[in-house]
Design a protein around this ligand. Sequence first.
Ligand SMILES: Cc1cc2nc3c(=O)[nH]c(=O)nc-3n(C[C@H](O)[C@H](O)[C@H](O)COP(=O)(O)O)c2cc1C
Length: 227
Amino acid sequence: MSHTKQTEPQADIDELAREHFYQVLYGRRDVRNQFLPDPVPDDVLTNILHAAHHAPSVGLSQPWNFILIRNPELRNQIYSAFCQANDEAAQMFEGDRRSQYQSLKLQGILDAPLNVCITCDRNRGGPVVLGKTHQPEMDLYSTVCAVQNFWLSARAENVGVGWVSIINKNKLAGLLKLPEGVVPVAYLCVGYVSEFLTKPELELSNWEKRKQLEEMIFDDTWANRKG
Ligand SMILES: Cc1cc2nc3c(=O)[nH]c(=O)nc-3n(C[C@H](O)[C@H](O)[C@H](O)COP(=O)(O)O)c2cc1C
């Protein structure tokens, strides 16, 4: 299916479209607990992948690939890799914080009907890529832009996404048979949900809360905090 959701070039965004855009943006959630087993139809997945593929990228290098993971045996292996990393992670917190960490559900690898790994080919575009000459990590950031497009488009399709980073990345690369120079950037659990929570799950479980925007803004230099 083609990416029919694209608008005409130069089309103004009207008020309703703007309202819907913010509804999608603020309504996006990281999902771990609410996945339903219903499969994501191919045309919906194609819309989401097209949106991801239309992310900005350094020198238009498009360094991403999308590995669609459905095989239950492979997913069990990835889940084991998560469990190992999660146990290691728990040991890094002390006291009450450790037990609180252990009570959190931080993945939906086996619950979601689809897992997607978005990778970055560090060599895409050859040894000299416009825009990467002085900041070679820009290909990784480009791939993260694709992840965010994926996440927002999924929300627009009423599909939930959960990012799982608590996995040893070399182990993940091995399980997915990634070639030399291709690295995993995001491991995503993807599927329909029973509900989208109104706030981040980590906020609802009192792990962390959203900071004030004013704390984040500076005038001209780091020395001049606005708030
Ligand atoms: C780079 C990145 C890695 C993340 N890794 C995990 C993870 O391993 N497990 C998890 O449960 N959530 C993970 N998250 C989700 C965050 O916890 C979540 O985005 C944050 O709490 C805000 O919630 P929201 O996305 O629902 O707004 C990750 C998010 C990002 C951007």
